[in-house]
Structures are given as structure tokens and as C-alpha cells.
Design a protein around this ligand. Structure first.
Ligand code: SGN
Ligand code: CA
Length: 510
């Protein structure tokens, strides 16, 4: 009996050995990258917006790291996703604008993760025209922009499968499902590609009216008249002019036949008709607004739809975080939240993105990794979306490719002393459709932004970001031939060379 007692004593010790052996086997972290669409940091609580109800997004930052200066290299959807996948600028990965077809046969970092033993998946919005093919071991994606209600998904078998319900909920369910069914002996990498908060901002039924008791402050630049800024004057993305009362703001539309609402089932349609038809359209028709009053009414409606759409996004992120907690996955799963670019919430009178100006250049970014990142970390260094791929590879301890132009920021998160870039390079192309933003490239240093617009018209802009953070005062002509401008142009030329942007080099030489 003593022998058996002794033996029994060893059983727990043996078990603890066995489980630590398991930990070693699992030591590579899982990675979940939640990539939303058009969600600007100005709409997020932890970035300082007190009106935003984003407790779950805020939680990721509070339990991990928040990036205060995260920038994109080309502020639209497909190009940002292509930068994520390749770690390369648009002119190198080839996907310069949304109308291109992505070359899936180039270096894509998820393949390297797979070679290092990861199961990889992309679920949700993809928007690169070419299907993911072998770049992810599992995928199910929205065709193009996808739909908010009862969306179709393209599956790996190249079938189109329809799911009933609201897109943000469905993407969460598909994601949880995939995590549950994965091979538990391998680490995983999952991109959750959200459709929210893309135009035309259709909230979930439960969020209709969620922000109706909030009056959003009209940005101080809402009535910008674009003096000295030709490209800003030329755009087609204003709330007062471009934004449509029907298409965008759901006012006085036919909820039976309009192509957006024809997808809705009767419960969804009735809820939309009751809210937008009976309430909002009626309010609009009764008030007979014109001029500034009309512009500001449109602005309030835009804000309410945008923030209400983001509410389901945040709630679903909460579901993912709870799911990780409930399944013992929180400790060893890196959770990332980011958007494909920033967005205008009425600044300069605009919606949409594209410009190198601050609101669309910046994108929200935060990351939680309890084993490595101290809760409440704040990163100030300028980080780029081409840095995502090398960082994720570094975190997974997988080899990086020489083709990658970005830089891993993993060491910044570990609080190590790292030398870092002090300026960033940007290049935007898509013109004239859909929003008439002229092509341009430029650099942003801590203090200045130098921009070269080209195409139909060639001209420069220069901003002093410290004195003029809203970029209203183009001081280029004041500084022509100054030492400052000569130095900035030299820096720009160095970046163009470093990133091998031949088109920009050619334009500079003109
Ligand atoms: C659609 C939108 C545009 C938007 C682009 C790109 N128009 O064309 O407003 O800029 O997508 O967005 S819509 O009438 O279809 O809503 S991106 O995020 O995919 O780059
Ligand atoms: Ca987008």
C-alpha cells in the first residue's frame, strides 16, 4: 500500500510534466488579426472619442499596446490588404488601386507562417479580385465589398453560399467555428476581415437609433473652402455635395425595390422602414432644410449611421475576446485590431479617405499579447501597414523574405531599444473614380508633410504639422528654395529610391 501511495503522489507531478511538454509544443502564439474597413481612430474611445461606445476595442488596447502613429502607405481598401499580405508598397506588389487584380503568386507572408507550422485562415472581406487560393489553408470571403444583410460568401470550393443575418455577426460565427474545428496541435493565424464600417453604413437591427441621443460636434474644418489646395478643392467626397440622401442616408428610398433593401427579409425590411422611413424620412421631409442646416443634418445622420454600424463591430469583437477567455486561449493568442485605412468624419467637409492628410493616412492599431506586451503600452513611433507582415513573422518566429519592404515592430513592443524610421513614405493612385482624388506621393516627418500631386496637374503642398495640424495652410510657395524645402525634397528622393518607386522618381525628375 505504501508503494501505491508513493506512486499516487507522483501522478500529479507526472501530469504537470506532460502539460508543460504540451506548452512547449504550443509555444508559438496563435494570432487573430481583426481588420475592419474604414474605421477611423477618431471613432474609437481609447483614441479619445468620448462619444464612441467601443468598450471591446478599447479593451484590446488597455490590455496590450496602442499605436498613436500608425499610417497606411496607400489609403484604400485593396491596396492596404495587399500591403498587409506582402509587406510591400503598392508599386512593388502591383495592387495600386481597387480596380486591379492581385497577383497571388508573389511572396505572401501567410505562406511562410504555414511553412512554420501554422494553420492559416481568412474569413470575411478580402476585396482583391483574385481568390486567396493557396495563400491561406482555409478561407471564405465576401465577394468584392459584400453585403451587410444576408450576405453571400465565396468558399474554397468556389461555391457561393448565402448566410442569413447580419454580416458582422456571421463573420464572427464563421470565425469561432473555424477556431473550434481547427487542428489543436498546431498554432493558428486567422484574419477576420470585417465589412464594417464601410459605406453605406447599414447598422444591425438592434443598433438602429443607437446614437440618436448624441449630437456630434461639427468639425472645425467642416466648412473648409480649400484655399491654396487644388486637390482638396477638386475632390468629389463631400458630405454636402457627394453624399446622397437616399443611397447613403436611407432617406425617402423604396424599401421594397431599391437594390440594397431588396436583399432584406421582411423582419429586416420592416425594421428599416420603421426607422428610416417612418421616423428619419418623416423628420427630414417635415423640416425642409437647405444650405448649412441641410449639410449639418446630413452630417449628424452620417455620424449616427457610422457609429451605429461600428457598435455591432465592437460587440462582435467582444464575442471573440470572450470566446478566447472561455476556451483558455487568451494567454497564448495575439489579438490585433486595425483598419485598412482612416476615414473622414466631416473634417474638411468630407467622408471617404485616399488623401495623405492626417485623417485618412492614420489608421487605428492595437495589439494584445499578455505574455510579451505590458498592459497599457503606448507606441509613438511611426509604424506602417507594410510593417504588419514582418512583425507577424517575427512574432511567430518564422523567416522573413528579402522582398519585404516593411520592418518588424515586435521589438518596439518588447520595450527594447530599437532604432526606428523618423519619416514615412506614401503613394496614392486611384483617379478619377470614384472620388476624384488626384494621385500623389509624399513624406511625413514628425514636423512636416511634403506632397507632390501629379497627373492632370502637377503641384506641391507643404504643411507644418506642429503649427497647422489640420493642414489648412499650404506653405509650399512661402518656402520655395528654402533650406527646409531642399532638405525635405532630398529626404523624399531618398525614400523614393529606398522603396524603388520608379514612377515617383520619374515625376520628380520632371
Ligand atoms: C465603393 C464606394 C466608395 C469607396 C470605394 C472604396 N462607393 O466604390 O465610396 O471609396 O468603394 O472603398 S459605393 O457607392 O459602392 O459605396 S474601399 O474601402 O473598398 O477602398
Ligand atoms: Ca476601406
Amino acid at each position: 500500500p505504501t508503494f501505491y501511495k508513493l506512486f499516487a503522489l507522483f501522478i500529479p507531478i507526472w501530469f504537470s510534466f506532460a502539460s508543460s511538454a504540451q506548452d512547449v509544443k504550443h509555444k508559438k502564439p496563435n494570432i487573430i488579426f481583426i481588420l475592419s474597413d474604414d474605421h477611423t481612430n477618431k471613432a474609437i474611445g481609447v483614441y479619445g472619442n468620448k462619444l464612441a461606445k467601443t468598450p471591446n476595442i478599447d479593451r484590446i488596447a488597455n490590455e496590450g499596446a496602442l499605436f498613436n502613429n500608425f499610417f497606411v502607405t496607400n489609403s484604400i481598401c485593396g491596396p492596404s490588404r495587399a500591403a498587409l499580405l506582402t509587406g510591400k508598397y503598392s508599386h512593388v506588389n502591383g495592387f495600386i488601386s481597387n480596380d486591379k487584380k492581385f497577383n497571388i503568386n508573389q511572396f505572401i507572408f501567410s505562406r511562410s507562417l504555414a511553412e512554420s507550422g501554422y494553420q492559416t485562415a481568412w474569413i470575411g472581406k478580402w476585396h482583391l479580385e483574385t481568390l486567396p487560393q493557396d495563400a491561406f489553408s482555409y478561407w471564405t470571403i465576401l465577394p468584392d465589398q459584400g453585403h451587410y444583410f444576408n450576405p453571400d460568401f465565396i468558399t474554397q470550393a468556389n461555391d457561393t453560399v448565402n448566410h442569413k443575418g447580419y454580416v458582422t455577426d456571421i463573420i464572427t460565427d464563421l470565425s469561432k467555428d473555424w477556431i473550434e474545428k481547427r487542428d489543436k496541435d498546431k498554432p493558428f493565424f486567422l484574419v477576420i476581415g470585417e465589412k464594417a464600417t464601410h459605406r453605406e453604413w447599414l447598422p444591425a437591427l438592434e443598433d438602429l437609433g443607437a446614437y440618436d441621443d448624441v449630437t456630434f460636434p461639427v468639425p472645425s474644418t467642416f466648412y473648409d473652402t480649400y484655399e491654396n489646395r487644388k486637390a482638396a478643392a477638386h475632390q468629389d467626397m463631400s458630405i454636402s455635395g457627394t453624399m446622397k440622401l437616399g443611397f447613403d442616408l436611407k432617406v425617402n428610398v423604396d424599401y421594397e425595390t431599391d437594390w440594397i433593401y431588396s436583399r432584406l427579409d421582411s423582419e429586416q425590411r420592416n425594421a428599416y422602414r420603421a426607422y428610416y422611413g417612418d421616423r428619419i424620412s418623416k423628420e427630414f421631409n417635415d423640416r425642409k432644410l437647405t444650405g448649412k442646416k441641410l449639410a449639418e443634418w446630413k452630417f449628424q445622420r452620417y455620424m449616427r449611421d457610422y457609429f451605429s454600424t461600428a457598435k455591432a463591430l465592437d460587440r462582435n469583437i467582444g464575442k471573440i475576446l470572450n470566446f478566447l477567455d472561455d476556451n483558455g486561449l487568451a494567454e497564448n493568442t495575439i489579438v490585433i485590431y486595425g483598419s485598412d485605412q482612416g476615414f473622414y468624419l466631416g473634417e474638411h467637409g468630407w467622408f471617404d479617405k485616399r488623401f495623405i492628410y492626417e485623417e485618412s493616412l492614420r489608421t487605428p492599431f492595437m495589439i494584445r499579447y499578455p505574455r510579451v506586451i505590458k498592459a497599457g503600452t503606448v507606441i509613438e513611433q511611426p509604424v506602417l501597414n507594410i510593417d504588419w507582415a514582418p512583425t507577424l513573422l517575427a512574432m511567430a518566429d518564422a523567416p522573413a523574405s528579402k522582398e519585404i519592404q516593411g520592418k518588424s515592430f515586435f521589438d518596439l513592443l518588447k520595450n527594447d531599444e530599437v532604432s526606428w524610421r523618423d519619416r514615412i513614405y506614401y503613394h496614392y493612385y486611384e483617379y478619377p473614380q470614384p472620388h476624384r482624388v488626384m494621385p500623389h506621393f509624399g513624406i511625413r516627418t514628425t514636423k512636416f508633410k511634403l506632397i507632390r500631386f501629379y497627373g492632370e496637374q502637377d503641384f506641391w503642398e507643404l504643411y507644418d504639422l506642429e503649427k497647422d495640424p489640420q493642414e489648412l495652410n499650404n506653405i509650399y510657395s512661402e518656402f520655395e528654395n528654402s533650406e527646409l524645402l531642399i532638405a525635405l525634397k532630398k529626404d523624399l528622393a531618398i525614400s523614393i529610391k529606398e522603396y524603388k518607386d520608379d514612377l515617383a522618381a520619374e515625376i520628380m525628375s520632371k
